[in-house]
Design a protein around this ligand. Structure first.
Ligand SMILES: C[S@@+](CC[C@H](N)C(=O)[O-])C[C@H]1O[C@@H](n2cnc3c(N)ncnc32)[C@H](O)[C@@H]1O
Length: 228
């Protein structure tokens, strides 16, 4: 695939008939789910989110990318194709289910981005316990909703999140959103108090939230060599 191709080309290659979020993930009119696009039966991340992930990778140039919850590999392929465009960066995606284990690698292969991805077939808890690599500077949390914030905290507490942190499914209509968004807000508050920025939240359709671990401290000189 040409590196300037975008997610729509991936849809074409997969022979996706693009469906509307509102047909599968109902919400109140304010959630505007009819304006969002998704794959068959609403499976996998919606295409606005995948396009956003890919654009962010292209703009922010992360090196160590993390995804919890691979399933249809929409997020995985989107982030990896951003890495392909950049010419560097590597996605580690963790999923315990058999579907992700079979579908992820074959979809990545068809999209021509498999060399930018490591598929970890285990639980996020197992992964955090055994991982001793570099911290992730771009993390997309998309595993089971009730586990996402505890999973993010486990990575954060171990010093494994170093820059951008994203949560999927923060649309306010989501049945589990109230507790989940409350937990995310507490986490963002902790970041604000100590080491980060609480970021931005899009509540449309399934919703998406981004926050950031502070990477530039006030006292930190600008690393000139990075700009020369
Ligand atoms: C919402 S889907 C991920 C969608 C995917 N990001 C995409 O765009 O196609 C959630 C996935 O998280 C996985 N999952 C849930 N809890 C997990 C855990 N504790 N460890 C690893 N994977 C988990 C499930 O098996 C499921 O495939």
């Amino acid at each position: 695939m040409n590196p300037i191709d975008n997610w729509h080309q991936i849809c074409r290659d997969e022979d996706y008939y693009v469906e509307r979020e509102g047909d599968h993930h109902k919400g109140p009119a304010q959630a505007r789910t009819k304006d969002f696009h998704c794959g068959p039966e609403g499976q996998g991340s919606e295409f606005e989110t995948t396009n956003l992930l890919r654009s962010l990778v292209m703009a922010m140039k992360p090196k160590h990318l993390l995804e919890t919850g691979c399933e249809q590999a929409h997020g995985t392929v989107a982030m990896a194709s951003g890495c392909q465009f950049n010419g560097f960066g590597h996605v580690t995606t963790i999923d315990k289910c058999a579907l992700a284990n079979s579908k992820g690698p074959s979809r990545a292969h068809r999209a021509g981005v498999d060399k930018f991805i490591t598929f970890e077939h285990m639980t996020t808890q197992e992964f955090v316990e055994q991982y001793d690599g570099p911290p992730f500077d771009f993390a997309f949390f998309d595993c089971d909703v009730p586990e996402r914030v505890t999973t993010a905290r486990a990575f954060y507490d171990k010093g494994l999140l170093s820059n951008f942190i994203m949560f999927h499914d923060v649309g306010v209509w989501h049945p589990r959103a109230v507790k989940y968004i409350g937990e995310i807000n507490e986490f963002a508050q902790d970041l604000n108090n100590h080491d980060g920025l609480s970021g931005i939240q899009n509540t449309l359709a399934r919703g998406w939230r981004m926050m950031q671990v502070k990477t530039i401290k006030k006292s930190m000189p600008i690393p000139v060599e990075e700009y020369s």
